[in-house]
Design a protein around this ligand. Structure first.
Ligand code: ADP
Ligand code: MG
Length: 695
């Protein structure tokens, strides 16, 4: 039952907002009073960072606020036109200059109050050269300074800063009075979580007394959105794991023990820990839906195998699903070698089996003669029937959408446990935000004795020397990759670029080597053929666009050369680097970059760090979470507006706990006391909810 709140009223009926401004506000995503309340400042300047104009000195980097006393465009002898404004506060006046921006004369008016940030230089006296400025007040509506903290709202061309500030000036008291209509936490809960109530939080955000005050308000909104997101995911998790009966696997150790005894190595501590988590899921009546995250080479496959053997012990079949045929074959080969001493076989089911073979494979799956199965998407086709499928392992989860994950559960009478392996390390908080419907296990330790891959950074001018080095490796019988980024908006143009380079390298640089070309426009069959030739050693140098990211172990490949490395994300480069170093020989990753200082600093992280999780954290810090959510983002509304995955991990952990407990107690949030929170979740994450619904 939804109760009406003043916050639901259209923003058009707020003071100082008519139909025209309402349209402009709508383009900023503000349609209701609630949207306005949630439109919180993006920047805070406190008294210690806003300098009295009288105190500004040449050489300072300053933020100042002052009223425009005079302004105009000044021509110079060189023909450059400079827009200048003299601004004043109680302490003095200063000239603010914008060389070459004479058009500002139409934007800035006499009497406007400006907030400016930039260096103070000497030029006929003191001048401030703004990097950033906002018109914070026009027409004298707003005081120059409210309290000790100065707020700046996200504004637009249509709704400039001063308009927003005017609107807030007129409506904030009313908005804050309604803020508690949205409150869904009890005083007790607020106390436990150490968070302010909504009206206190919004007061702190819109009219902070101090920067920590504003931060406490932000944390409240961050908690709310993290909780709502986790609720959507906890509901999906509930439907996948609790609503359907799980399998209680019976562990006899008949197979698990012999595998332990025949392994030529000890499991790492991380592997042992993750295995314990997986066993606990398998032997519990709940259905498992677990993601294992670990860098390339961290030893995920062996964990998958132990899990599969445990499923077999209790009389079930187990299947491993890979994104490509070559990867499926690679898994079948590796796992086959490990289970042979146990007297077991691996059955392979891919799309390219002949009709007779396929018939036989399907019969074996249906009769249960095939106990350990490895395959591609072919495994989830309608015609495939299992005798008693008890566990599905999915390799490289990012290739499979949520729906496909769910489709795995639709096999047979029982609902098999699901284990997903991802070789894309991401920070834990990021994984929780993206995959909150899954349980997470992290393999954060590499098996001992792995050779480090040497990573080098080279300027384009050193390309010839790099080519000689690569040729030297090939001379010793080794193989190499050259990878090009997507360089243009159009795939056609990229293809041309990669193709042209392929021709050039083949004719001018490495005429005596065998080259192959791999790119996204090839059909799956063609890609497969090229990769097989490379794997078989029939190609020395593979020229590729980024399609090789998820890939194949080619132990003889020792060089990964990346062109225009500055255009890749760090995590992506780390993935590429993981393609080499799979054999005994020393391997190299060479990044050629048109590096300005900034790009160079960024790439140095990769040179100095081999841990994929560290790389991912650096990537998150540098690129920001919005970019990393990437394709997960729906439309313009970011998945997280207030929460910061680097700062708010504690909130996220709490939000997940609270969300899961709440869903356990009231899965559909249908109890009257949860009506408010259900509405808020639906309003905030409607598109996410749809994403988790099976079609
Ligand atoms: P991932 O699938 O995580 O990329 P793999 O499971 O393919 O990694 O393991 C990489 C290599 O390391 C394999 O050759 C595997 O046999 C080996 N390996 C796995 N665990 C250990 C360990 N604890 N000690 C030594 N080698 C290991
Ligand atoms: Mg693997």
């Amino acid at each position: 039952m939804s109760r009406y709140s003043q916050l639901d009223r259209p923003v058009q009926f707020m003071k100082g907002v008519g139909p025209k401004r309402a349209d402009a506000l709508a383009r900023l995503g503000i349609g209701t009073a609630r949207d306005l309340l949630y439109h919180v400042p993006r920047r805070y300047d406190d008294a210690s960072t806003v300098h009295p104009i009288g105190s500004l000195q040449v050489g300072m980097d300053a933020t100042a606020i002052g009223r425009v006393r005079s302004k105009g465009v000044i021509p110079t002898r060189t023909g450059l036109r400079i827009f200048q404004a003299v601004i004043q506060d109680e302490s003095g006046m200063i000239t603010v200059a914008w060389p070459g921006q004479q058009w500002l004369d139409r934007k800035i008016r006499d009497g406007d109050v400006l907030l400016v940030t930039g260096p103070v230089r000497f030029f006929h006296g003191r001048q401030l050269h703004p990097r950033e400025f906002t018109v914070v007040s026009r027409g004298g509506h707003v005081a120059e300074k409210t309290g000790t903290i100065f707020v700046t709202y996200p504004a637009s061309e249509d709704v400039p800063q001063w308009v927003l500030r005017t609107i807030f000036e007129k409506n904030l008291d009313a908005l804050l009075g309604w803020a508690d209509d949205d409150e869904y936490l009890s005083a007790e809960e607020l106390h436990t979580y150490g968070l302010p109530g909504l009206s206190a939080a919004f007061t702190a955000l819109h009219r902070p007394e101090s920067l920590p005050d504003a931060e406490s308000g932000r944390r409240r909104l961050a908690f709310d959105e993290l909780l709502f997101l986790q609720l959507v995911q906890a509901q999906a998790r509930y439907r996948q794991t609790e609503l359907v009966p799980g399998i209680t696997h019976r562990r006899t150790n008949e197979l698990v023990r012999p595998l332990h005894d025949t392994l030529p190595f000890e499991l790492t501590e991380a592997q042992t820990r993750v295995l314990r988590e997986v066993y606990a899921d398998l032997t519990s009546p709940h259905r498992m839906n677990r993601l294992i995250q670990g860098d390339v080479g961290s030893g995920k496959t062996i964990i998958a195998l132990f899990a599969m053997l445990l499923a077999l012990e209790g009389g079930h079949q187990a299947a491993l699903m890979a994104p490509t045929e070559i990867l499926a074959e690679q898994h079948a080969r590796n796992l086959g070698a490990l289970v042979e001493p146990l007297g077991l076989d691996i059955f392979l089911l891919t799309g390219s089996l002949g009709a007779a073979e396929r018939r036989r494979a399907l019969d074996d799956l249906a009769s249960g003669a095939a106990r350990l199965v490895v395959g591609t998407h072919a495994l989830i086709q309608d015609t495939v029937r299992f005798h008693r499928l008890g566990l599905v392992v999915v390799d490289e989860q990012h290739r499979f959408g949520v729906r496909q994950r769910m489709a795995l559960g639709e096999q047979g009478e029982e609902h098999p446990d699901v284990l997903i392996m991802s070789a894309t390390p991401i920070p834990r908080s990021m994984a929780m935000a993206l995959y909150g419907d899954l349980d997470l296990s992290v393999l954060d330790e590499m098996p001992p004795g792995r050779k480090e891959i040497r990573t080098a950074l080279r300027a384009p001018s050193k390309r010839e020397a790099v080519y000689r080095f690569v040729d030297g490796e090939m001379e010793q019988g080794r193989q190499a990759y050259v990878v090009y980024p997507l360089v243009a908006e159009s795939e056609k143009v990229d293809l041309l670029a990669a193709t042209a380079e392929f021709e050039r390298l083949g004719t001018d640089v490495f005429p005596h080597r065998r080259l192959g070309l791999l790119h996204g426009q090839l059909s799956a069959d063609e890609k497969d053929r090229v990769m097989r030739a490379f794997l078989a050693g029939e190609i020395d140098l593979l020229v590729a666009t980024t399609v090789i990211e998820v890939g194949i172990d080619v132990p003889n490949a020792t060089v990964m050369l990346v062109e225009h490395a500055e255009r890749f994300g760090l995590s992506q480069l780390h993935q590429l680097r993981g393609r080499v170093g799979r054999g005994a020989a020393e391997s190299h990753c060479i990044l050629i970059a048109d590096a300005g200082a900034e790009a160079f600093e960024r790439l140095k992280i990769l040179r100095d760090t081999s841990d994929g999780f560290d790389v991912a954290r650096a990537d998150l810090r540098i690129r920001g979470q919005g970019d990393l959510f990437g394709a997960q983002q729906h439309g313009r509304d970011p998945i997280l507006r207030y929460a910061d995955l680097l700062r708010d991990e504690d909130l996220l952990i709490r939000a997940q706990d609270v969300a899961r407990a709440l869903v356990q107690e009231d899965p559909e949030l249908s109890a009257p006391e949860h009506a408010r929170i259900r509405e808020l979740v639906e309003a905030r994450y409607r598109d996410r909810i749809e994403m988790y619904e099976v079609g």
